[in-house]
Design a protein around this ligand. Structure first.
Ligand code: PEP
Ligand code: MG
Length: 542
């Protein structure tokens, strides 16, 4: 039995087989080969296999997400037939006598750089496609399993790191646990693991190697341990620990349908955070009162072009309809920093967390913002939708947002399209927004405090940097004081204030937040019932 340690992101026990996902960032070695004919044949076989995979993915996607979204796999298959691309790779093998992996990697980089410098937006977006097909060919050539072409059996995913764009493509039913060698506990991949309610470990000391594929392993998310080839004693111990967890879950289930009310009668709105439509099932299972944060940017990730207004409308409408009158707070596109979409053309930034992200993209590329707002406004006819704007730092941004939103709404009404007048709130996740929260409160319908970013910007500690985990302290007194101040300023202006950052799920602080006057807590679905338990055992007044 081998034992490896890492940092816990989400607790729970998983027992199953390992699958090593090497992803697209793996280093490709340049190896000289003598038999170029054999290498060309390997490339051809890989191409055939990639086309077959894409055909299957296309069929699966048509069934699960519809023809329009599935088309991307058809485009990828067509690109594999593109003679320029394949001829370039063949040429590198022939002229340099090198391995197919190296030839594919160089060709992929060359073509994707070529596309990304083009003026035309459509052609620019093809850069990500070329990268995708090159990665697929590489995975086949390296015989590393494709995390996205899931096997039938749920597995433990072992990866160097996972980008949010990769994580969103995983078939959640097929993932028992995540273990990554790198990554930070405050990253969006970690947040996704919590939303998916699966054990997860980061910073694990295991050495990735394809020979680990298929080996039996145990992940103990709580203690941050990974056991490979566990012995019988450990398996027995973990099985009984898992049974205890299930018992605890059952106990929490008895809190379903109970009110979120303190011992002295203060009602708290307890909502859930989601990243996709498929998370709504967990919202119901855990009996959240609504959705306090729909991270809409996940709709924009893991694809190679912008989602259309219609695609987005269908998603928001379905969410609103399914929630049947429960509140749905849609946060507008918060892309940037660790959530990258190449087709937006932001390019490399020196400091992406402080770069062109979130509302800054929306205000500098208003056509993208307007398409999303149109989709949301159209969906307001189907449920109780509110809109929330991320990364606000200034009053002028909010005024400009309102101007654009009003324009969009009136254009729709002029066309005879029904739309409501949703609440429009903002995230308080920058020190600047805290500092002027009294002024912003006059313009916003509600505040939702994003403690993840607020901590990073207040403490000058990059939430993505695992080496800073000891410095990145969301319970820091500076952050706690800011939360109190924002609540007070919001209340003075008569608006409600919630927390949708991960700190909202810190059960040791639930009573503190209630005493500060918090109106709403929005947490990952799996945390809802344990927070309910805390609320019901807390007092607003001493
Ligand atoms: C936050 O910053 O606290 C937040 C909720 O937004 P995200 O984690 O998606 O940046
Ligand atoms: Mg944030």
């Amino acid at each position: 039995m081998e034992i490896y340690s890492g940092k816990s992101v989400y607790g729970g026990i998983a027992i199953g087989r390992l699958r090593v996902f090497t992803g697209s960032e793996s280093q490709v070695k340049r190896i000289r080969i003598d038999d170029t004919a054999a290498e060309l044949e390997r490339l051809e076989k890989a191409r055939e296999k990639a086309k077959e995979q894409l055909k299957q993915l296309y069929e699966k996607a048509v069934r699960e997400i519809g023809e329009a979204s599935a088309a991307i796999f058809e485009i990828h298959a067509m690109m594999l037939d593109d003679s320029d691309y394949i001829e370039s790779a063949e040429n590198i093998i022939r002229t340099q006598s090198v391995n197919a992996e190296y030839a594919v990697s160089v060709t992929g980089d060359n073509f994707s750089n070529l596309f990304s410098t083009m003026e035309d937006e459509y052609m620019k977006a093809r850069a990500a496609d070329v990268k995708d097909i090159s990665d697929r060919l590489l995975r086949i050539l390296c015989e590393s399993p494709d995390a996205f072409d899931s096997s039938d059996e749920p597995e433990i995913i072992l990866a160097d790191d996972l980008a949010p764009s990769q994580t969103v493509q995983l078939d959640k039913e097929k993932v028992l646990a995540f273990v990554t060698v790198h990554g930070s506990s405050n990253s969006h991949t970690a947040i996704l693991a919590r939303t998916m309610n699966i054990p997860a470990i980061i910073g694990c000391s295991v050495k990735l190697d394809s020979s680990l594929n298929g080996k039996t392993a145990v992940v103990d998310g709580g203690s941050g341990r990974l056991y490979i080839n566990p012995d019988k004693d450990l398996l027995d111990e973990m099985r009984s620990k898992r049974s205890e967890e299930i018992e605890q879950q059952k106990l929490l289930q008895s809190l379903k349908d109970k009110e979120d009310i303190t011992l002295d009668g203060r009602k708290i709105r307890l909502y859930a955070n989601i990243g996709s439509l498929s998370d709504i099932a967990a919202v119901f299972l855990n009996d959240a009162g609504g959705i306090g944060l729909f991270r809409s940017e996940f709709i924009y990730l893991g694809r190679s072009s912008l989602p259309t207004e219609e695609e987005q409308f269908q998603i928001y409408r379905k969410a609103a309809e399914t929630l049947a009158g429960k509140k749905l707070i849609i946060r507008t596109l918060d892309i940037g920093a660790d959530k990258q979409a190449d087709y937006l053309g932001i390019g490399q930034e020196e400091n992406p967390a402080m770069g062109c992200r979130a509302i800054r993209i929306c205000l500098t590329q208003p056509e993208i913002f307007k398409a999303q707002l149109r989709a949301i406004y159209r969906a307001t006819a189907f449920g109780d939708i509110s809109i929330m704007y991320p990364m606000i730092t200034s009053l002028w941004e909010l005024k400009e947002i309102h101007r654009i939103a009003d324009e969009v709404r009136h254009e729709l009404l002029d066309k005879g399209i029904e739309c409501g007048e949703p609440e429009q709130g903002i995230m308080i996740e920058t020190p600047a927004a805290v500092e002027i929260s009294d002024i912003l409160a006059e313009e916003a319908d509600f505040f939702s405090i994003g403690t993840n970013d607020l901590t990073q910007y207040t403490l000058a500690a990059d939430r993505q940097n695992p080496r800073l985990d000891d410095f990145y302290d969301p319970r820091h007194p500076a952050v706690m004081r800011m939360i109190k101040r924002v609540i007070d300023n919001g209340h003075k202006a008569g608006i409600w204030v919630g927390i949708c950052g991960e700190l909202g799920a810190d059960t040791e602080l639930t009573e503190t937040f209630i005493r500060m006057g918090i109106d709403e807590l929005s947490v990952s679905p799996s945390s809802v019932l344990k927070i309910r338990e805390k609320i019901r055992n807390s007092r607003m007044n001493l």
